[in-house]
Structure formats: C-alpha cells, structure tokens
Design a protein around this ligand. Sequence first.
Ligand code: ADP
Ligand code: MG
Length: 414
Amino acid sequence: MRFGIKTLDEMDVRGKTVLCRVDINQPVDRAAGTLKSINRIRACVPTVRELSEKGAKVVLLAHQGSDIEYKNYYTTRPHAAVLTELLGREVQWIDDVCGPAARQKIRELKDGEILLLDNVRFVAEEQTLFEMKLRLTHEQQAKTLLVEKLAPLADLYVCDAFAAAHRDQPSLCGFEQVLPSAMGRLFETEYCTVSQVMEAPDRPCVFVLGGVKISDAFLMMETVLGKGVADRVLTGGLVANIFLTALGKEIGRGSVDFILKSNYGEYIEKAKALYARYGEKIALPEDLAWVTDGQRQEAVLGQVPADIAAIDIGSKTAEAYRTSILNAKTVFVNGPMGVFEQAASELGTKAVWQALADTPGFTVLGGGDSITATEKYGLSDRMGYICTGGGALIRFLSGEELPVVKALRHGAAL
Ligand code: ADP
Ligand code: MG
C-alpha cells in the first residue's frame, strides 16, 4: 500500500478479469484516422504488459477526446493498433463499450489476452458535461450503466489514468465502489513523484510558473507558498506580466490589452495580495522582450516602450533564473516563459529549459505546452520526471484531493 492505495504488488491477477482504466487520450488526425502523438499510449504499456504477463484477462477502458472541445472526440480503434505494436502482442478491439457485444467479448477472453473497449465517453454518463452538471457521488457512479454492466464480469479494477485523476466519472471512480482496486504502475509513479514534491521536497525547492493559465498558476502559488513547499517561485509568461502590471510596471500596451481581453483583470487584485504576502519568494522578470518586424527587442523594466507587447522574459532574467535553477534541489515546472513557438520570442523558454536539463536537482515538468517545448529542444531525456497529467497535476498541487485517489482508497479496502 502506498498512500492508502493498493499497488499491483498486492493483487493476484492470474486468471482474473481485470478492468483497467488507462488515459491514452491523444491528438487525432481525423482525416487520416491516425494519432498525432503516442506518448500516453507508451506510458501505460508497463501496466498492461504486467497484467497480461501475469495471466490476467485484461479489459482496457479509455476515453478519446473531450465532449467540451469535441474536436478530438473519436473512436479508440487506432489506439488498439498502436498498443498492439508497442506491446508486441495482440490487443483486441470492439466497437462497443458495455453493450451485449462488449460483454460477450469480455466473457470469451483467455488468460493473458487484452481487449480495448471503444471510447467510454460514447456513454453519456462518462461525459464531462454530464459530470459537471449532475455531480454524481461515487455511490451513484456505482449505479451507472457502465459500472452495472461491466463490474459483474470483472474480479478486479486497476486505474492507471493519473492524467484523468481529477475527473469524477464512473469509469474512474465508480468501479472502486464495488471491486477490489489498485493503481497501475504509471499512476503509482506519477502520484508518488508529485506527492514527494508536495510533502518532502529536497531544498531549495523552486517552482517555475509561466504560460497563460493564470488561475491555475495562482491556485498553485497560494498552496505551495502557503504550505511552505516552495522556497522560490520564478515567474514567466502571462503569469509574470500580471504581477508586473499589478505592481504598476510598464509591460507594453499590447500585453495589457491581452491581459484585459482575456478577462484576467480580476487577477491583478489577486497578484497584489499574493505579492504583498509572499513577495520575497516571488521572482519577477527584470527585463522583457518583444518582437518588432520579426526582430527580437529587449529592455529592462522602466525602459519598456508603452506600445509593445511583452511576449518573453529578457536575457538578464533568463540568466538569473538559470542560476536559481542550477542551485535548486527540486524544481517543479508548469508553463513556458514566453511565446516559444516563434524563434524571436523563444530565448527565455529555451534558456530556462536548458537550465532544467543542466541542474543536478530533481525536475518535475507538466503541462501540454511545457512538454512540447521540452520535445522541441530535445531535452525529454534530461528532465527528472515528465508528468502525463496536466490537469490532475495542477489540481493536486493546488491542494485538492483528487477524486480518483479518494475512490482508490475506498477500493483498497474491498
Ligand atoms: P502548459 O500547456 O505548459 O500548461 P499554458 O497552456 O499555460 O502552458 O501556456 C502555454 C502558452 O503560453 C504557449 O502557447 C505560449 O505561446 C503562451 N505564452 C507564454 N508567454 C506568453 C506571453 N507573455 N503572452 C502571451 N502568450 C504567452
Ligand atoms: Mg497549454
């Protein structure tokens, strides 16, 4: 048991039917019917392989795409093909989630065989809009169609979907109410890694927070500064721009327009309050960069022209952040320092990311665009840990109990 949750070491799966929820949600190329990335599929391979090799009948449950954004809503068929290739053994697939065809297929599985069901979000109760509107309790989730149809066919439930651990949906929280449950290997690694950062980080512990998701960054800051987890927070991106604006610094009208247009005005007040309380721990840029006619321009604070839009930290700031990161024992990163997608404004992110690779400290990195930056600079192998779960990670670092963690604790006692 770790953190009150069973691991695969405590489960005897031989000959058992195991429902295993994975998060293999990937960007989809609809026209070609293929996946644009397979990172998450690769990440769940150890758990699937272990279950299969130990002789379980493995039934994989997964979602693809969000009903809110909808553009990636898709079947899981291509995932089965990728998994088959990665595992080197056949992963069967069926275009059904919990209907008679799926149930028949599950009954026919032999020891070691693997079946991936179709997108669980084709079932209404699995949709995020349904979750947000109806807010079913875990007991109610145990009475949903999915759980009532599939649980009687299964002996055990395993959740390996840390990236979806902040979701409160039947495939994630319902089965733990009726089946003995454990976390998979990926979940175990991710959860233990982020718990370690939160509970007992090696110090100094530095948080690098950039990007555009201000509300997440502020929630995390309140928690990690409030609990004394973070010794220092290095700010970049829009997060830094908000603080600078709150402190009355000129960051260029374009940046302020961006902040106001994005309806972030309310965060100015929050930034003021955070800075008043924890100012000595919050590092802000001393210089900023913008782009004019495709050329990078930089100025120290106080000399930033009023008619520009600051879209990167300056090189002095990047150098100072590099020093902090090299001296840190633990570094947690979420959000790039600037608009790294274009060459003229990538210096800050590139320099900070290089420092993350160079530091002897343990680095934990999460967030879709942060991972993209890591891949762009070829540094994936040099980070301590790249977390697959952006949303779950942020919720966790904001001090929330994750619904799936709660459910798995319940299922550990069955
Ligand atoms: P992550 O996906 O890693 O959690 P976010 O989604 O919060 O990060 O932010 C990433 C985006 O932020 C990138 O697309 C980047 O171009 C943008 N960005 C970074 N700094 C700025 C800035 N100063 N102004 C506008 N956009 C920015
Ligand atoms: Mg993002």
